[in-house]
Design a protein around this ligand. Structure first.
Ligand SMILES: [Zn+2]
Length: 190
């Protein structure tokens, strides 16, 4: 059975929200609802939201969570390490970027765990910290689809910044033997 994935670009930062539905079902999972609930609601095309999954807790991905969870009575899932960001404007970046404190209904979220079944979909939860402590990628293995949140861009950007240092720079890592930037560049083929 196939699945349908709709991409809805929302808001000022054009973050992607994803509507994922198994064919023949009238419910769907929404990944990272973004901050334009009316637009997202139109894109649902009458489908019921059965679960809301968050790849991480940054404000640009979560503004529509509370109204959507409220309207559909849908559970919200996030990695435990990002849970406190959801209701804290300082931690989720809203205050820094938008210059104020977001006041909205409180988001009640449950732990994503290591895997989650929702709306006839089986998501493996891959913990990929870096962009935030609780960043995850959501993997639909049977469908060959990965929802990576901001993880890939963020980890690649960090890696590229480090590997741009002079090649002879000696690197003393937190675990394992010392190395050099040149050796690591070769290892990561960057
Ligand atoms: Zn982010």
């Amino acid at each position: 059975m196939t699945i349908h994935i709709d991409t809805v670009s929302c808001g000022m930062i054009q973050e992607n929200a994803y509507i994922v539905a198994r064919e023949g079902r009238d419910d769907c999972a929404v990944i990272d609802p973004g901050d334009d609930y009316p637009k997202l609601k139109r894109a649902l095309g009458g489908k019921k939201v059965g679960a809301i999954l968050l790849t991480h807790g940054h404000f640009d991905h979560i503004q529509a969570v509370a109204p959507m969870a409220d309207e559909f009575g849908a559970p919200v899932y996030v990695h435990a390490e990002d849970a406190e960001m959801l209701n804290d404007s300082r931690l989720n970046g809203y205050m820094g970027l938008m210059g104020g404190i977001a006041t909205g209904p409180k988001i009640e979220a449950q732990d994503l765990g290591e895997a989650l079944d929702a709306c006839g979909l089986h998501f493996d939860v891959l913990h990929t910290p870096g962009h935030s402590k609780g960043s995850v990628c959501l993997y639909l293995k049977d469908e060959g689809a990965l929802f990576s949140g901001d993880s890939i861009q963020a980890l690649m950007a960090s890696l590229k910044a480090l590997l741009a240092l002079p090649g002879e720079t000696r690197v003393y890592p937190g675990h394992g033997p010392a190395t050099t930037v040149a050796r690591e560049r070769a290892r990561y083929r960057l």
